[in-house]
Ligand binder design. Structure first.
Ligand code: NAI
Length: 313
């Protein structure tokens, strides 16, 4: 095999008129996929009149290179319409890349309802709407790949971006839940926290840094996760500028306590509660059980709280 191919696969990329979305659309277009290039074409902050030319230009690029693509100009808030475009032109959707996004940076004290609401709508509701519309198609064909776009702002927090951080963190939890629900239907869901030069980052990063952040450093992972051979699901990847890593949560050493323990007991042990010197790594939560019933390997993995009612991970 010399490259991952997507012949006969229908791919929807939202916000594909520029930046990362364009890179994703071109990547799939050059590998045989039928691509729906969605872009509303508004301003970077969600204001400004929609422009069809953004999606049109990328469609032209794909077609010129011999690929197949159609433009879609819907707002992701009306995500059902984007999936309807895929069905109308290509009959279904196999791969959904939720990428559209805007920024409305402002310090928390000065954040207006619109700054908050619009961010949640475009990022979170947009991701929800397209995914929900694609889901029954994916379930029926017993194949689906969803790649969502979060941000380091969602994993670390960032000044002036409470709206964006909240929306992006929500997308991570949403993706993990989709992965749980999709498993029995061969629907994989993964999430990226990328960094790349784009219209969005031009507003917050210096030109010398942007010069090192070609979106082409982010694009190659999406076909890997979207391919029929991929078994990765419920995973978060942090990438950009020539480096790709997986990202996961870790637990501190922690302590055991009794119900309604004296809070002072916690304070006295605060160092242990916060001790990450021997981190414990977690897998997705599967159930809450009496851990005394667990096989010993699981008990060891849980370590602390053996014999207690514990979340099994
Ligand atoms: P970009 O501004 O170049 O691309 C976003 C695209 O989404 C634009 O073409 C825009 O017209 C489109 N869009 C915006 N609102 C839309 C809506 N309601 N419906 C349909 N299309 C809409 O920015 P970039 O950087 O390529 O962003 C892509 C995604 O990556 C976004 O979700 C962003 O939050 C995320 N991201 C980007 C980072 C970076 O370093 N560039 C860092 C972390 C996350």
């Amino acid at each position: 095999m010399t490259e991952l191919r997507f012949d006969d696969y229908v791919v929807v990329v939202t916000g594909a008129g520029g930046g990362l979305g364009r890179a994703h659309a071109l990547t799939f277009g050059s590998r045989g996929a039928k691509v729906v290039v969605n872009d509303l074409g508004g301003g970077f902050n969600g204001d400004g009149s929609p422009k069809r030319s953004m999606a049109d230009e990328v469609v032209k690029e794909i077609q010129k290179a011999g690929g197949t693509a159609v433009a879609d100009y819907n707002n992701v808030i009306d995500g059902d319409n984007i999936i309807a475009t895929a069905v109308e032109h290509f009959g279904t959707v196999h791969i959904l890349v939720n990428n559209a996004g805007i920024l409305r940076d402002v310090s928390f004290r000065n954040m207006k309802d619109k700054d908050w609401d619009l961010l949640q709508q475009v990022h979170m509701s947009g991701t929800f709407k397209t995914s929900r519309a694609a889901w029954p198609l994916m379930q029926k064909q017993r194949f689906g790949r969803i790649v969502n776009t979060a941000s380091g702002a969602g994993t670390y927090g960032n000044f002036g971006q409470t709206n964006y951080c909240a929306a992006k963190a929500a997308i991570i939890g949403f993706t993990f839940a989709l992965a749980e629900e999709g498993a029995q239907y061969n629907i994989n869901a993964n999430v990226l926290t990328p960094i790349a030069a784009s219209r969005l980052t031009q507003t917050v990063m210096a030109p010398d840094l942007l010069a090192k952040l070609d979106p082409g450093f982010v694009a190659p992972i999406v076909p890997v996760l979207a391919h029929k051979t991929s078994t990765d699901t419920g995973r978060l990847f942090e990438l950009g500028g020539g480096c790709i890593t997986r990202f996961r949560w870790e637990r501190s050493q922690g302590i055991e306590i009794s119900a309604y323990a004296n809070p002072l007991e916690l304070l006295e042990n605060w160092q242990n509660i916060s001790d990450f010197s021997k981190p414990r790594y977690v897998r997705p939560v599967t159930s809450i059980v009496d851990s005394s019933t667990l096989p010993s390997a699981e008990k060891t993995a849980n370590g602390l709280c053996e014999g207690k009612v514990a979340v099994v991970v």
